[in-house]
Write a protein that binds this ligand. Structure first.
Ligand SMILES: Cc1ncc(COP(=O)(O)O)c(C=O)c1O
Length: 368
């Protein structure tokens, strides 16, 4: 691409950002490979889709979309407040939890500040910090797990934010209750700990931290959750953050007034009334991850046991070719080059039929 005159205006830090590369879309892959049927296991969506109640709620209100949405999201925040036993003032809604991450970066990070993240972890943390001209301090995972002690060790007087994805993307591993309690107990008050719990509802481990309880005593924690994953509403873009009301107040100042659209609010509200959809989705992942484990063991492939709805698999030096062969067969998985794990791929846990097809194609590809 030829250099644009505004790239100098934007500055070298903005121009150094590698744009976030989302998983490839169904339509794009269908067109490129002339395929009719695609299995998308690249973006950790819920293969069972959203609650029927959410779809019905959207249908019931399409004629009202000429109204602006409720900028405060009162009803939804009310429902979340009852569900989470927190006050409405503790809750901020976002256009996906991504938006809350970027508001945090915009508001709390400035030129010369530092933000700590594990690597590999969710790429949006780095993008947010770069946009604020702040420096990302990367702390490598320890045996595929986030090392909170090392993250504490990376704190300097310039640190403002620490991003912790729990479960971590792309490894699916968690930091445990005890580790988190020690970590927040030692984190200086002026540093915000962001616990990004996008996959929270899938966790099976009993020692997973109850971060909402920590918020009640600490003003320097925010917990992010989303309707994109287990609730199956990724396309509508809606997530939320829970924090001390003072933090929510600060973030709200940088939020655009109608950041969460009308249909997203309606669908999220209806989703909260459908516990059965959540139970079914959780159950699917619990059963199907064991299907993955047994087949990956049979194929002699290393994988990282997961607490989320995806699994990190080591396929070796041929990973890129394997990913491409799968794509040609209509199975989209996520290559891990951008995460500095070039010999791995991340695969979303699908339905039994999808998982069987993935395994069949993987086996054929590896043996060819
Ligand atoms: C760890 C993590 N955080 C946040 C998100 C973003 O979720 P949302 O769709 O709510 O923006 C993702 C999406 O993949 C994720 O993996």
């Amino acid at each position: 691409m030829k250099e644009c005159i505004f790239s100098k205006v934007a500055g070298s830090q903005i121009m150094s950002i590698k744009p976030y590369k989302p998983g490839r879309s169904l339509e794009e892959v269908k067109r490129e490979f002339g395929l009719k049927r695609i299995i998308k296991l690249a973006s950790n969506e819920n293969p069972l889709g959203p609650s029927a109640k959410a779809i019905q709620a959207i249908r019931d209100c399409t004629s009202q979309i000429y109204f602006y949405p409720d900028g405060a999201g009162q009803k939804l925040r009310g429902a979340l407040s009852r569900k989470l036993s927190m006050d409405c003032e503790n809750i901020i809604l976002g256009n996906g939890s991504d938006e809350i991450l970027s508001i945090i970066a915009r508001v709390l990070l400035h030129q010369g500040d530092e933000a700590i993240m594990a690597t590999p972890s969710f790429l949006m943390y780095e993008i947010g910090a770069n946009l604020s001209q702040a420096k990302i301090v990367s702390v490598p995972l320890n045996n595929f797990r986030i090392d909170l002690d090392k993250m504490l060790g990376a704190v300097t007087p310039k640190t403002r934010v620490v991003f912790v994805a729990n479960p971590n993307n792309p490894t699916g591993t968690i930091v445990k209750n005890e580790e988190v309690e020690t970590f927040v107990g030692q984190l200086p008050e002026g540093i915000l700990a962001v616990f990004d719990e996008a996959y929270y509802e899938y966790v099976e481990a009993e020692d997973f931290p109850q971060t909402l309880d920590l918020i009640r005593n600490r003003p320097n924690i925010i917990v992010l959750r989303t309707f994109s994953k287990i609730y199956g509403l990724a396309g509508l873009r809606i997530g939320y953050g829970v924090a001390a009301r003072e933090i929510v107040d600060i973030l709200n100042r940088a939020r655009s007034p109608f950041n969460v659209n009308f249909l997203a609010q309606v669908a999220a509200l209806a989703s909260l009334t459908d516990e059965e959809q959540v139970r079914r989705s959780r159950q699917l992942v619990r059963e199907e991850k064991r299907f993955f484990y047994s087949h990956l063991r049979r194929l002699g492939l290393f994988f990282v046991p997961t607490e989320a709805n995806f699994i990190l698999i080591e396929v070796g030096k041929k990973a890129k070719q394997v990913e491409h062969r799968l794509l040609e067969k209509g199975v989209i998985v996520r290559g891990m080059q951008a995460y500095d794990l070039p010999e791995f791929m991340r695969v979303t846990i699908g339905t039994r039929e999808q998982n069987e097809e993935f395994m069949r194609e993987l086996e054929t590809t590896l043996s060819s």
